[in-house]
Design a protein around this ligand. Structure first.
Ligand code: WQD
Length: 344
């Protein structure tokens, strides 16, 4: 009997890429999503990529405890990967109550159901934002978490602590938190990718939408930082590489190879890239010229953050493989696919 993995938020950008890799690795997947931040494009894309038409999909909200319980009575679940959360940093500053309620309640409901319906393995989608404005670079998993610069980031810190305390109180529950750096790119098939609603907050979708003509000009937020070219440094992790890290982590849990009941791993490349480097690389690999200008800094941005990936490399046997060039090509191919689809 194949192991069954519940992927909350599984119709979204990262959730859909993880679902593809889980199926490729021989797992069965149940996708649960409230569709508040995506449509069915990626779920349909997953079916095309894997050739698997019978992937259970449940439209539900993890803030509705009854709906969460029903997942556990309808399906035998061996592990849960929890993506379902709001994730726009800027929006969280403006709407903190919405972010705390949604991101905390959905996770608490999930853990309560797991506690009630039996032992389970929980893989939590965390973020490098939990490190705040650390100067301890590259960051390791033991780098101190500083006060987050946004309610979104604070919900990630709080959920990590909730998972940790739940695992310690319930020996039959195991937990891993994966701290992503900056997920970018799309599946090489160009059938799934990032579908930001409205004006993109993140850099790469804004770049691709500028390149395709949806946006007039990319604003580079600050070129006066004390960095080599004056723009911020980030650790951009390809979304397919990121998805494979989830397969490695959930397999570690299911096969009982964890060394602690609660573990944390950084998921990045370990290579910092500046905004300007990313923009010029995008132009080069896609043979186009991008309209951009440097403007004032964006409040809340940290100057630089990138990962020490030693622990994930050693313990998960995982390492980022795709080059930034391949990733930026995939981002552009996806943008072109989506635009063609929209214009039909
Ligand atoms: C990257 C760099 C911007 C847009 C956040 C969250 C993180 C994760 C990813 C959810 C920064 C610059 C951006 C633009 C720009 N979120 N930029 N012009 O802020 O590093 O991380 O998003 O999972 O948890 O913290 O990502 O892509 O917004 O910004 O110059 O139009 O690009 O200033 O230096 P960020 P980002």
């Amino acid at each position: 009997m194949k192991k069954q993995i519940l992927v909350s938020g599984g119709a979204g950008y990262i959730g859909s890429h993880v679902t593809v890799e889980l199926i490729n690795a021989g797992y069965d997947v149940i996708v649960a999503d409230n569709m508040s931040n995506c449509d069915m494009t990626c779920y349909e894309g997953v079916k095309k990529i894997t050739g698997k038409q019978d992937i259970p999909f449940v439209e539900m909200d993890f803030c509705d405890y009854g709906a969460v319980e029903k997942l556990f009575t309808d399906y035998k679940i061996d592990a849960v990967i929890h993506f379902a959360a709001f994730k726009a940093v800027g929006e969280s500053v403006v709407k903190p109550i919405m972010y705390y309620k949604n991101n905390l309640l959905s996770f608490l409901n999930l853990l309560e159901a797991i506690q009630k319906y039996g032992a389970c393995n929980v893989l939590f989608s965390s973020s490098a934002t939990v490190y705040g404005e650390t100067k301890d670079l590259p960051v390791t998993e033991s780098t101190q978490r500083l006060p987050s610069t946004s309610p979104y980031g604070n919900t990630k810190q709080i959920c990590e602590d909730i998972l940790r305390d739940t695992v310690y109180a319930h020996p039959d529950i195991k937990g891993i938190a994966l701290r992503y750096f900056n997920p970018i790119g799309a599946h090489p098939s160009a059938l799934i990718g990032e579908l930001p609603r409205g004006v993109p907050n993140n850099l790469v979708p804004y770049i691709t939408q500028t390149a395709i003509g949806k946006r007039k000009c990319l604003n580079i937020f600050g070129n006066d930082y004390p960095t080599p070219d004056g723009t911020c440094l980030r650790d951009y992790i390809d979304v397919v590489d990121l998805a494979k890290a989830h397969v490695a982590a959930v397999t570690r849990m299911i096969e009982g190879r964890m060394k602690e009941d609660y573990e944390i791993f950084n998921v990045g490349t370990g290579c910092p890239i500046s905004v300007l480097e990313l923009v010029t690389t995008f132009e080069k690999v896609n043979n186009l010229s991008l309209n951009y200008q440097c403007v004032e800094r964006r409040p809340g941005d940290v100057m630089a953050i990138w990962a020490d990936t030693t622990l994930a490399n050693q313990e998960l046997g995982w390492k980022a493989e795709r080059t930034i060039e391949e990733t930026l090509k995939s981002a552009w191919q996806w943008e072109q696919y989506i635009s063609q689809k929209e214009n039909k």
